[in-house]
Ligand binder design. Structure first.
Ligand code: NAD
Length: 391
């Protein structure tokens, strides 16, 4: 694993747990963790449960005793590390968004395709696909229970930088993060809605805004709870969007709206998706992640209404291995499910999803949103990832 902060901790928790919950064809050994600071990575290895640690990711991806490389760093290092790991024949799991640019994502997808021909697997970490209620939502759509999809309404709202004194952390710098709210949280709802509906976004019209353009420089910590440097007068320029809002068309005719912002005061990590079809609707709200609302318009009129499904039954996706019905799970379990699917795919020799090509498709949407916003919200087509690969 490379990177040991937020996602490093979440993934470590999942790697530690996955074989204890699921009966899998392979056992995970948490071999080595990498970071740039020797003392901090040593402490992280001990706390998170890794056998060894290093500050040299190149040596790590070329180690003979490593089979899988898990990339939990900011987007500016995803491409370099993933390309090196795939070239060394390691299976790769890479956090989202896949890269900072379409060109990088395209190169990673091409390398993943070449590696797959030699049995080397790769996957992007869109973990919300693995929330059981989201997987159930997809199942209902795929079974035709919603009929023809007409509307997708997706919002991902946070408020951690509302304070203009919040420091200029890496997530607010384009060269490190690629984009702002758009790529960080917008990427999740783009992937989730394309996954659930099975439809691709074909075009967008967008607005983006950076409300606070200068911020104090950060101190040592640069995560979501960062502090300002001792010299509070030093400031830097925010080079990413604080908020991105766009309308979109899906390839089977649905209209969609997306909102991703870090300025929704009071909203901490509020991801909500509603889908309306000719035969019914579904609603998912991350703050109630064990539940799915389902409106079945085929029921007798007198009985129609939104039903709250508690997604904790053994027949629900991922749930059989957890607790008895009604005993709920949380955010971290989505990562355990992600590792379960990844380990199973690697051990049984199939390509896991979301693939790098799926993640390239998300990257193409991010790029189209940015270009549309730069051109006064001009309608901007999103090319299909496969055509992009052929370029
Ligand atoms: N799936 C999710 O829900 C989710 C949530 C948060 C973040 N992410 C993604 O995970 C990735 C990491 O985000 P985070 O929140 O964990 O960030 P973070 O700032 O908490 O941690 C980043 C880690 O990477 C290390 N690092 C940075 N550059 C490095 C380099 N060149 N070489 C080695 N180590 C390096 C840092 O020291 C730190 O340990 C990003 O791509 C982000 O978009 C995904």
């Amino acid at each position: 694993m490379i990177g040991y902060s937020f996602m490093g901790a979440a993934h470590s928790q999942a790697w530690r747990t996955v074989n204890r919950v699921y009966d899998l064809p392979a056992r995970v050994r948490m071999a080595k963790i990498c970071g740039r600071d020797a003392a901090k990575v040593a402490e992280a290895a001990d706390r998170l449960g890794w056998d060894a640690h290093t500050t040299d990711w190149r040596a790590l991806v070329n180690s003979d005793d490593i089979d899988v490389v898990d990339i939990c760093t900011p987007g500016d290092s995803h491409a370099e590390i993933a390309l090196a790991a795939l070239a060394a024949g390691k299976h790769v799991i890479c956090e989202k968004p896949l890269a900072n640019t379409v060109d990088e994502a395209r190169a990673m997808t091409a390398a993943a395709a070449t590696a797959a021909a030699a049995g080397v697997r790769s996957m992007c970490g869109f973990n919300y696909r693995r929330v059981p209620a989201v997987a159930l939502m997809r199942q209902l759509v795929a079974e035709g229970r919603l009929g023809t999809i007409r509307h997708v309404r997706a919002t991902y709202l946070q408020d951690w930088i509302v304070d203009p004194q919040f420091p200029l952390v890496w997530r607010l710098e384009k060269d490190k993060a690629g984009s702002g709210a758009l790529g960080d949280i917008g990427a999740h709802i783009i992937d989730l809605t394309q996954y659930v509906t099975g439809q691709r976004i074909t075009g967008v019209s967008a607005v983006t805004e950076t409300f606070v353009k200068e911020r104090p420089l950060p101190g040592a910590s640069s995560g979501l709870a960062a502090e300002v440097d001792g010299d509070a007068t030093a400031t830097g320029t925010v080079t990413v969007d604080d908020a991105a809002i766009f309308v979109a068309r899906l390839d089977d005719g649905a209209l969609a709206t997306y909102e991703a912002t870090r300025f929704a005061t009071g909203r901490k990590n509020a991801l909500r998706v509603e889908i309306n079809g000719s035969l019914g609707s579904v609603v998912f709200d991350l703050e109630r992640l064990n539940e799915l609302e389902f409106y079945d318009a085929t029921r007798p009129t007198a009985e129609q209404g939104f039903a709250r499904i508690l997604v904790t039954e053994a027949e629900h996706p991922y749930m059989a291995a957890w607790w008895p019905p009604g005993h709920i799970i949380g955010y971290e379990h989505s990562f355990t499910h992600e590792m379960r699917d990844f380990v199973e795919a690697v051990a049984t020799g199939v390509d896991p999803t979301p693939s790098f090509a799926d993640a390239l498709q998300v990257q193409l949407v991010l790029d189209a949103v940015t270009r549309s916003a730069e051109c006064g919200s001009q309608w901007t087509d999103v090319e299909p990832a496969l055509a992009a690969l052929a370029v």
